[in-house]
Write a protein of this length. Structure first.
Length: 414
C-alpha cells in the first residue's frame, strides 16, 4: 500500500458559485420529517434550554434566512445559502471555520470543534436540533471525539491541551498537554485511555488520573490525521508517512505493525479506518483517495475525486458508513459524495454548497450524515472573510444512497 506514484502540478481556484435553491424558511418546513431517531433522555442532566446554550437562538434555525444573509458592504464577498441539498440546518453554529465533527455512539448527540476556540454540542431528536452546551479551548479547537458510552467528549486544539467534558455533570478538565497543537484525539475505552496526536511529532496516552502521559510514542513527523477502530490505530503524518499500530500488543511491542508512505503523490489530508479493521483510506490535497488493505494488498487502488476539468481540490474528510461499508468524502470543491469501495463506484454526488465542506460524519445508526460548510484555509488567511458562512447541516440518509451495488465492479484504476 506504500508504492509512491509520479506527481503532477496543480493549483487552487475558488469553487464555482451555485444559485440559491430556496430560502431557509422553506427548509424549516422540511425539518419535521428529517429525524427518526430520538436521542436518549437525561444525558445532559437538565442541560440548557433550547436556543440558550450559545447565547441566543431565534428558533430551530437560529434566525431563519438571516443565518446566511447579511453582508453587502463594499469589499465583502457575496454570501449565498450553502444549504443547496435541502438539509436540516443546525442552529447556533460556530463563529469561525468548523475543524471537526463527531456523533455520540449511543445517541443522536452531535459535537463540533471550531477555529473560534469552541467545542459545541447539540441534541438531535424528532422535534429538531437543540443546542445543549459548549466549552472553549484557549486556542482554535482542531478535533473532538466521544467515548464509547457517549458520556464523555474529548477535544484538542492549538492551546496544546487535551480536554474532557462529562455531559451529565458538565464537568470539564484538562487531561493532557503536548508541546505543540493537538491535531487528533480519541477515547480508547478498551484500554481506559485517551490517545492524542500532535504537531510535536508524538502520540501520547492519558489515563485521566495524572497530568503526565502513561506512554509516549515518537513519530517521524507531525500528526496530520489519525483514526482508531480498536485494536487498529492508523496515524498519518507530514511527508506522507503512515504508521499502523496494533493497540492490543502495544505494551509488549510499541513499534508500528506497518510503516511507510502513502500511495498518493502529495500531502496527506486525512485517514479513516475500514469498519472491519482490515485497512484504511487516505485522502490528499490533490483530489485523490487511496484504498489500502493491511494484508491483501492486491485489492489496493486509488481514484480521483473532488475535481473538475480545470480545478483540483483537497479531500477534507472521509467517513465510513457504520453498517454498509460504503464511505463518504468531503472536498474543497464544496461537495460531499458517497462511494462503494468494494465495487469501485460512486453511489451519490450531492449539490455543491458554494464553500468547502470541511468535515462529514455518519451517525451511529447510519441514517443521518452531518456535514460542515466553512472556509478550509486553502487560500490562506487573506481569503477568510468574516461574512463567509459557517454552517453545520444534517442530511437524512436514504438506503439507496449508501447501499453497495454488486455486479457493477469495473475495477478501474486511475
Amino acid at each position: 500500500p506504500f508504492v509512491a506514484q509520479e506527481g503532477h502540478f496543480w493549483r487552487w481556484r475558488r469553487p464555482p458559485r451555485v444559485p440559491r435553491p430556496g430560502s431557509a424558511r422553506a427548509n424549516a418546513h422540511r425539518h419535521a420529517a428529517m429525524f427518526g431517531q430520538p436521542a436518549g433522555g437525561g444525558l445532559f442532566g437538565g442541560g440548557a434550554p433550547a436556543g440558550g446554550a450559545f447565547g441566543g437562538g431565534g428558533g430551530m434555525f437560529g434566525g431563519g434566512a438571516a443565518a446566511f444573509g447579511g453582508g453587502g458592504l463594499v469589499g465583502q464577498p457575496q454570501v449565498k445559502d450553502p444549504n443547496t441539498n435541502q438539509s436540516a440546518v443546525v442552529p447556533s453554529p460556530p463563529d469561525d471555520g468548523i475543524s471537526a465533527i463527531a456523533w455520540s455512539p449511543t445517541a443522536n448527540i452531535l459535537a463540533a470543534s471550531s477555529w473560534d476556540k469552541s467545542v459545541r454540542i447539540w441534541e438531535v431528536s424528532p422535534n429538531g436540533v437543540v443546542p445543549k452546551m459548549a466549552y472553549n479551548h484557549e486556542g482554535p479547537a482542531l478535533c473532538c471525539s466521544f467515548s464509547k458510552d457517549g458520556q464523555r467528549l474529548v477535544s484538542g486544539g492549538c492551546d496544546n491541551k487535551v480536554r474532557m467534558k462529562v455531559l451529565a455533570t458538565q464537568q470539564e478538565q484538562v487531561i493532557g498537554q503536548h508541546d505543540a497543537p493537538v491535531k487528533e484525539v480519541f477515547c480508547v475505552d478498551e484500554m481506559n485511555m485517551v490517545v492524542s496526536g500532535s504537531w510535536d511529532k508524538t502520540l501520547r496516552f492519558w489515563n485521566c488520573q495524572q497530568p503526565t502521559p502513561v506512554a509516549t510514542l515518537n513519530l517521524p513527523e507531525r500528526v496530520y490525521s489519525m483514526d482508531v477502530k480498536f485494536p487498529l490505530l492508523v496515524v498519518a503524518c507530514a511527508d506522507r508517512h503512515v504508521l499502523v499500530y496494533n493497540l492490543q500488543n502495544l505494551q509488549a511491542n510499541p513499534q508500528p505493525y506497518k510503516q511507510g508512505q502513502t500511495a498518493l503523490k502529495m500531502q496527506t489530508r486525512l485517514v479513516a479506518c475500514f469498519p472491519d479493521k482490515t485497512g484504511y483510506a487516505v485522502g490528499s490535497i490533490e483530489g485523490r483517495v487511496s484504498i489500502a488493505h493491511l494484508e491483501d494488498t492486491s485489492n489496493n487502488f486509488a481514484f480521483k475525486c473532488h475535481r473538475s476539468n480545470e480545478e483540483i481540490f483537497a479531500v477534507n474528510s472521509i467517513d465510513f458508513h457504520p453498517s454498509m461499508g460504503t464511505f463518504s468524502t468531503c472536498g474543497g470543491d464544496g461537495t460531499f459524495v458517497f462511494w462503494d469501495k468494494e465495487n469501485r463506484q460512486r453511489l451519490k454526488q450531492f449539490n455543491a454548497c458554494g464553500l468547502p465542506v470541511t468535515a462529514g460524519k455518519f451517525n451511529a445508526v447510519g441514517d443521518m450524515f452531518a456535514y460542515a460548510v466553512s472556509y478550509d484555509w486553502s487560500k490562506g488567511h487573506e481569503s477568510n472573510h468574516p461574512s463567509l458562512p459557517k454552517a453545520l447541516m444534517i442530511h437524512k440518509v436514504q438506503e439507496a444512497e449508501v447501499k453497495p451495488k454488486p455486479g457493477t465492479n469495473q475495477r478501474t484504476r486511475r
